[in-house]
Each structure stands twice: as C-alpha cells, then as structure tokens.
Design a binder for this molecule. Sequence first.
Ligand code: SPV
Ligand code: MG
Length: 308
Amino acid sequence: MDRTVYMPKPVGTLEDPTTTLRDLMLSSDLTFLMEAHDGISSAIAAQAGFKGLWASGLSISSAIGYRDANEASWTDVVGVVERMADASGLPILVDGDTGFGNFNNARIVARKLKQRGASGICLEDKGFPKMNSFVGDRQPLADIDEFSGRLSAVRDTTGPDFVLVARTEALIADHSLDEALVRAHAYAKAGADAILIHSRKSVPDEILAFSKEWNNKLPVMIVPTKYYRTPVAEYRAAAISTVIWANHNMRAAISAMRQVCDRIIQEESIAGIEGEVATLDELFDLMNYGELAVAEDKYLPQAAHGHE
Ligand code: SPV
Ligand code: MG
C-alpha cells in the first residue's frame, strides 16, 4: 500500500497545523478526530488517513500507568503531545481535562501545549482533580462563571488561532438539556470556538436534542463512545461538526497486547504468534528508518556509517 510515511521531525520544521484544525472543525463535512496517546499511535492514525488527532486524557494517562483522575501531571501530557505532533504532523486537539486547576493553571497548560505543537485544547466544566466521565456517578460541575473565567484566560493567552473547545459535562452529571444549553451559551460568550457535548447514554437522543436547540451557534463536537451504534449519517443530518473516536487505539492496544502476552506465557514460545504481530520491517517503515539510512549516506563520513 502506498502510504505517506511520517517521521519525527526536528522542532521548527512542522507545518503549522493550527489553521487546519480550525478549518476541519468549520468545514461543511463531518470531521473525525482519532484518539492517539503516543508517537506510534499518532503515526498509525496519520497513515490510516485521519486528518486530525484527539490527545485523549484517558489514553495518555493509561499509557503511562496512571488513572484518568489527574494523576498524570500537565507536564506529562505536554511531553506526550509534543511526541504526537512530531510523529504525525497532524493537527491535535488536546484533552486538557479541567485545566489542571484554576484560570491560571489552564492558561499555562494551553500556552505550553501551543508551544509544543498542539492546535487546540478542550476544557471540561468540572473541578480539579477530575474523574473520567464514565466512572461513578459523582461528577460535580464547576460554577459557570468560574469555568467561563478559565476559558477566557485561555482565549486571552493563546490568541485567536489556537482552537478552544468548551466541553460541558451537564448531561454526564444528569442535569437537564436546559442546563447544558445555558452552560454552552455562557462558554460561547467566554470565547470558546466550539462546544463538546458529552453523554453517557447508549443512544444519541440527548446530544441530537442539544444540537437541534443549539442550532449551530458554534460547531458541536461529540464523543460517541457509549452510543457507538449510531450511524454517522445521523450526525451529518444533525450538522454535527466533529466526531471524536476517543479511546479506540488504546483499547485496541490493550486487546492485542493481552492476547500476545497470554499466548507467549502459555506456549513458552514466540513461534505461534510470529505471523500475528507486526513485522519488524513494518515497525522500521512506520518510523521511517529508510530516511535515516539516506541521511547517513549524506552526512556521515563514508568510513563511519558502516554501509560499505
Ligand atoms: C478522553 O478521551 O479522555 C475523554 C473522553 O475525555 S471520555 O473518556 O469519554 O471522557
Ligand atoms: Mg478525558
């Protein structure tokens, strides 16, 4: 298959993807952002043809052995996002959780993410430390004015290009559609570029009702993890801007790694799974080792690079 191979690029040579995320978000067609959580999952998503990435808080924290409860620090997240940007060359919307504190923490995180190659940040209207939206029933919402201040601080700090997504957890916390709408209006006023409306229902009814009432005041983003059966035609019909496939690279990795570990421990051999795992050549191709060999020929003294 003829696939463009992305490679880690030196800082400063990346095309600026900021406009691209905004363009994707504002385009008339439905946009898909794929979850990634490190360099290699970002490169794989780019090769598959995704145009943008979701740097998932759940997946990034899981990948480094933490729970999605702000156990990973914001500097952990910034470091991972930098690797994701370099490895994929794609625009990245970063799950900034609640902003890691108050308005001041939120604006520092957003500024550092922008400096390190992110194209936007999504902030959710809860407090620090947060808990993953699908864990437990206690999801206390932030005060609307205080959270709006967090959004405005990010807006004022990152400038007009960096995409700012306000995520309301009103429906996750079992509040009404009206509460979600009141919050979305306040967040729009505070400077958000888009609203992410989250739901934990297995059908899309409440997000479609929100979208209808909201009437495209700002682009709407959704995370259909729980209502995964809904055909995307319904989102197109509802003029949803962006669908986030929020955790599927991580969940795929868990299944694959479990299967391989179980087989190797049972069989005390790697012979059985050889045909079922990526080849080393596939890995070298993914990381563009070919370019390194060409560069060695160009830059290393002939005697030193060992290719004779
Ligand atoms: C994430 O991917 O970390 C998200 C989406 O925020 S969810 O896990 O559904 O809260
Ligand atoms: Mg998250």
